[in-house]
Design a protein around this ligand. Sequence first.
Ligand SMILES: Cc1cc2nc3c(=O)[nH]c(=O)nc-3n(C[C@H](O)[C@H](O)[C@H](O)COP(=O)(O)O)c2cc1C
Length: 401
Amino acid sequence: MEPRRILLAISGGIAAYKAPELVRTLRRAGHEVRCMLTPEAERFVSGLSLQAVSGESVRRDLFDAGEEGEIDHIGLADWAELVVVAPATANLLAKMAHGLADDLVTAVLLATRAPILVAPAMNVNMWSHPATQANLEILRARGISRIGPDAGELACGWEGLGRMSDPAVIAEAAANQLVPSSLAGPRVLVTAGGTAEPIDAVRSVTNRSSGKMGFAIAAEAAHRGAQVTLVAGITGLPTPHGVDRIDVSTALQMRDAVLASFDDSTIVVKAAAVADFRPVNTSDRKIKKEQMAEGESMTLELVQNPDILQEISAKKGERTVVGFAAESHEVVAAAQRKLARKGCDLIVANDISRTDAGFEVDENAVLFVWPNGEVEELPLLPKAGVAAQLFDRIEKLREGR
Ligand SMILES: Cc1cc2nc3c(=O)[nH]c(=O)nc-3n(C[C@H](O)[C@H](O)[C@H](O)COP(=O)(O)O)c2cc1C
C-alpha cells in the first residue's frame, strides 16, 4: 500500500498505553503518523514516547502559540488522510456526536474532511449505557467507522465488552479505510430524499423516499476522495462525514440547487425521488374544512414539474450522469424507456413492490440498466454496498473514455 498520512487522536483512557505500539505498527506499514492528545490523555501515556515512536512532535494544546505556530489545528485537520481515534473514551465519543470543539482533538475532529475510525475503550457499564450507545449510533449514521471494543477482562476489574482492539487489528482496520483515493479530483453531485409540494401552510404532496440510498451514495463518493455536494430533499438523516449539504424541499428548489452545482460537477447521481407534479395553487394559510360542506369533494389541480434528469442529461458533455428509477411493475422495460427518454449514462432501477428493499429500509436490490441494452441484476445488498458497486461501475466507465 502507498504511504499515507494518518493522524492518531489519543484520549484519556487506560488503553492509551497501547498507543505507541499502534504508532509503531502503522509506521512499519510505511505510513506517516502524527499524534495529538486530549488534555487527559497525557495522564495515561507520555507525549515523549509518542514523539519518539512517531518521529514527529506531538500536539496537545489548541491555544499554545508555539504548537499552533508549528502547524495550526486546521492545517493538522487538512493534513490527515485518515484520523484514527484510539483509545476513544466515552467522553470523547459524546463530544464527537454533539460537535463540541473545546480542545485540540475535538476541534480537529470537527474540522477534518478525512475519514475517521474510532477504537472505543471503556468500562463495560459505560459502554452499554444508553447515552454511549446513542452517541455511537449518531456517529455510525454520520459515516464514522468503528473497530471494537472487544470482550474480556477490563483494567477496571469488570469483565465484558470494553477492551480496545489490539493495535494490529486497529492498523488493519485503518488500512481498510485507506482505499485508494480513486475519486480524488472529480466533484460529485448527489441528490437524495423526496420532495414535498405544498398544498397549503401545513399540507403537501410528498412520497415515501427516506433518502437513505442517496446519502449512502454521497458517503461512498466522499470515502473515495471526491468533493461531494449533496442536495437533500425531505429527510431526517444526518450529513455524511466530508459532504457539503444543501437542503431543499420542493422540486423547483431542487432544480435550482442542482443547476447551481452542475457546471462544477464531473459526476451527477440523481437518487432523489422528485415529485413529478405539484399543486397549481398553494395557499399560504391552512385550508379550513369549515370552508366546505361535509362530504363535499375538493379537486387538487396538479401541474407537471420540470424533469431535472432530462434537463441535465441534455447538456452533460463529458460528465457522467446516473439516474434512479423506482418502478412497481415491468421494472426493466420501464427503466429502459426512462434511459432512452432521458439520455443519461446509466439507470439504477429498483422494484418498489418488494418489501425487503427500496423505500425506508436499509437494503436495496437494484438493476443497472445500460444504454447498450445490458442489464445487471445485483443481489439484495446494504445501501452502502449498492453505492460501492455503483461507483465501481462509474469509475470503469470514466476510465474507458
Ligand atoms: C484511572 C482511570 C481510567 C480511566 N479509563 C477510562 C477508559 O478506559 N475509558 C473511558 O471512556 N474513560 C476512562 N476514564 C475516564 C476519563 O479519563 C474521563 O472521562 C476524561 O474526562 C476523558 O477525557 P478525554 O475524553 O478528553 O480524554 C478513566 C479515568 C481514570 C481516572
